[in-house]
Design a protein around this ligand. Structure first.
Ligand code: ATP
Length: 726
């Protein structure tokens, strides 16, 4: 099997791969150069080419071809999919009508759905996720729950939450669970990787559990369904989740498969690029929860014999900021108010990590006046669990810098962002030919290639993925330790909001992560907000960006938070700021000294979280750039520069074992990433400071912000009984 992009695989392969992995057997013979083994010497797994022949075949042929190709039974990959099968076909819990309201356990499926390697588990800094301040805005305030046991969940849902390994609800979940229980419309904004998906799935599904028979449309008994023989039904979902990308849709589907386990609720996903006929067949078995991308959804809404929204009870718009961008305007209008749904009966929810004005306007138009508005931290902020490094890199030096970077730290699952499909293919070619195990994700790929890429990345067969920002939005992959902005997203490519979404692919749910961005003069339009965003989470500001630190800002100064004021369009705006201030001093009891962002003023931004010496300006690596304004390095040792390419790791034992990719550990070794990333190249370019590349995600701040919820922790008590009056 193969996991890399087309262009790279089509080029002469210097990697000495087995014949079966060659991309094009008909390509003219090229005298093979000696394979460059530096990536593998460094610990990266061997690259694998893309098998086009296999991927051009139909679904049925694919399974057979795959068996021939591997010489085995169709292989089960992460997520339980036979390679070549598409994500919408993934197994869901199917019951027999005789079971009643709740089905029995099914161990095999349980392992597949909840296995640790198949989804991200909370990391060592989970308490940081917990400690962010929550602001409620608007007239409705809900009392947060502190434990899942207090949320009056259906007992089977509570079991599913435990199986998923969720011990404590994240802040967004603490507020969304009771809000949804009470039936409010919601606008919610919380950091990347803070559990927004479960924040709506758990309470919605819990409310519907036990009522499936009453509310859901009749459908054939799944246990007896035979495609082509059993008459199908029209899909009449109770829940619709709309999201901008196919990858996100399949990811939400995976989460929905987990939380629908043992329930009588059937999840389905539809998205562009997936075969329409096959997706219709899935829907015809019955569909209670439908996840979809806007284009395919509208297509199906226009086929009333396939899909009707007349039973709809909940509509969730995920990544709402992206969804309401002008590209989707017509589709969103059709979905939100068109079709045959009865609008008055629908609870609307909008979720995102950033919330520009256009989003707030849409919320005003569609949501009930008394909707709940929840904001965790500042809208659009990042998390301290991600260490952000910005290194100066001339455009012409980016390729070399990237290879250096990939060889500077022990191999780890790495996501590289570029601004265009073309750049993705070019970078893919380059590093694939340099023998790095990579794959690409962008909308120019076929859907099968995209799904294959993600599986290869998730499983660790291709631990490096090059992606455009749009395609990787919301991507939740276990153990992504490093995000590299090969291109920074300038204003034209989504600006600081895009930056926040991108780096949020690492450091998820309390795990630590590193984000390295290549910066040069072309990124100047981003500099000011980038610096403020970095200061907000106590990042070191490199020398060449020091001039963008707001005037008067000192690490220990009082009132510095105000100096980091962000544009209204990337925050919740003035109107919200006023309400937020009211809320802070109101029912929530937020301490007066707490800023709207939840950083306690006492320690807050004034307190650098790392050794202050790391704030010292860092000279740029002269091998990447010549930068007039930055202090020039004293000397460049060409030998050292050259050897930094193929340097063997300082301490080979600290390199993640090759086979650790596939079954990523539930809790990554505690030494990683702190120790493993810190390993500087053996012979770093003499002028290049080690920590401008792969410095570890800093000593975690010693003063972890205290809970600032205001609401007292409920005393230990028995789980709240399932409230089936919902
Ligand atoms: N309470 C919890 N405890 C532990 N893990 C959790 C909890 N809630 C969610 N997770 C896990 O955290 C990961 C991130 O969640 P999710 O993808 O919903 O984040 P998000 O806020 O939607 O991020 P993004 O804005 O980047 O899309 C998921 O793998 C999910 O399974």
């Amino acid at each position: 099997m193969s996991f890399t992009g087309g262009l790279a695989a089509a080029l002469p392969d210097n990697g000495g791969e087995p014949a079966s992995n060659q991309a094009d057997a008909t390509a003219p013979a090229v005298e093979a150069a000696a394979p460059d083994t530096r990536p593998q010497d460094h610990g990266w797994v061997a690259k694998q080419g893309y098998d086009y022949e296999l991927y051009m075949k139909s679904a049925k042929d694919l399974a057979e071809a795959q068996a021939r190709f591997t010489g085995k039974e169709p292989q089960v990959a992460v997520g339980g999919l036979a390679q070549g099968k598409m994500a919408f076909d993934a197994a869901v819990y199917e019951w027999n009508d005789d079971f009643g309201d709740v089905g029995p356990r099914f161990e095999e499926l349980e392992k597949q759905l909840f296995g640790a390697e198949n989804h991200v588990r909370a990391g060592i800094n989970f308490e940081k996720v917990q400690s962010l301040d929550v602001t409620q805005e608007g007239s409705i305030r809900v009392v947060p729950i502190r434990k899942f046991e207090d949320a009056a969940l259906h007992p089977v849902m509570l079991e599913n939450v435990q199986l998923a390994g969720y011990e404590i609800p994240t802040p967004i979940q603490q507020y969304c669970l009771p809000s949804i229980a009470k039936g409010y419309d919601i606008v919610a904004c919380a950091q990347t990787g803070s559990g927004k998906t479960a924040a709506f799935l758990i309470p919605i599904l819990s409310k519907l559990m036990g009522k499936a028979k009453k509310l859901a449309a009749p459908r054939p008994n799944p246990a007896l369904f035979e495609p082509g023989i059993t008459p199908g039904v029209r899909a009449e979902p109770l829940v619709l989740i709309v999201c901008p990308t196919r990858e996100l849709a399949t990811q939400i589907f995976d989460e929905a498969r987990r939380f629908c386990y043992r329930t009588m609720l059937r999840p389905c996903v539809i998205y562009g690029g997936g075969r329409v006929g096959d997706q219709i067949q899935q829907l015809s078995k019955g569909c209670d929860l439908l996840i979809g991308t806007p284009g395919r959804l509208v297509d199906f809404i226009n086929r009333p014999h396939v899909l009707t929204l007349k039973r709809l009870k909940y509509m969730v718009i995920d990544e709402a900021d992206e969804m309401v961008s002008s590209d989707w305007e017509t589709e969103m209008k059709t979905i939100m108010s068109g079709g045959d749904q009865e609008e008055g009966n629908i609870t609307y929810m909008m979720f995102s990590a950033t919330f520009p004005k256009i989003c707030r306007d849409l919320a005003k138009e569609h949501l009930a006046h008394d909707h709940v508005r929840i904001r965790v931290g500042r809208a659009g902020s990042s998390t301290e669990n991600i260490k952000q490094d910005v290194v100066y890199c001339d455009a012409s030096m980016k390729r070399k810098a990237l290879c250096d970077l990939l060889l500077a730290a022990p191999p780890c699952r790495t996501l590289i962002f570029v601004n265009s499909q073309r750049a993705a293919d070019e970078v893919d070619d380059f590093i694939f030919n340099a023998n790095f195990p990579c794959t690409t994700l962008h909308s120019g790929r076929t859907q099968l290639e995209r799904e294959d890429s993600i599986r290869a990345f998730r499983s660790g067969k291709a631990p490096i993925m090059i992606a455009t920002g749009v395609s990787a939005r919301g991507l939740d992959v276990h153990n992504v330790l490093h995000v590299i902005n090969y291109d920074l997203p300038s204003a034209q490519y989504g600006g600081i909001e895009e930056y926040t979404h991108r780096i949020g692919r690492t450091g998820r749910i309390g795990n630590l992560g590193l984000a390295t961005s290549f910066y040069n003069e072309r990124d100047a339009d981003l500099a000011e907000t980038l610096v403020k965003t970095m200061l907000e989470t106590h990042q070191a500001i490199p020398d060449f960006l020091q001039s963008f630190i707001p005037e008067g800002f000192t690490p220990k100064g009082e009132g510095d938070i105000n100096l980091l004021k962000f544009d209204a369009d990337s925050d919740n705006g003035e109107e919200d700021a006023t309400e937020s201030a009211e809320a802070a001093g109101g029912a929530w009891g937020a301490p007066e000294a707490t800023s709207g962002w939840g950083v306690p003023a006492a320690g807050g931004l004034g307190e650098p979280t790392e050794n202050p010496t790391t704030l010292t300006p860092v000279p740029a690596d002269p091998t990447w750039a010549v930068q007039p304004e930055v202090q020039q390095p004293t000397a460049v040792n060409p030998v050292a520069v050259a050897s930094s390419w193929g340097a063997t790791p300082v301490n080979p034992s600290s390199v993640a074992p090759v086979n650790s990719w596939g079954a990523a550990p539930v809790n990554p070794p505690s030494a990683a990433p702190v120790n493993s990333w810190g390993a500087a190249p053996v012979n770093p370019p003499s002028a290049a400071p080690a920590n401008s590349w792969g410095a570890p995600p800093v000593d975690p701040p010693s003063a972890v912000p205290q809970q600032t919820w205001g609401a007292p922790t409920p005393a230990e008590s028995a789980p709240a009984p399932y409230d089936d009056s919902w």
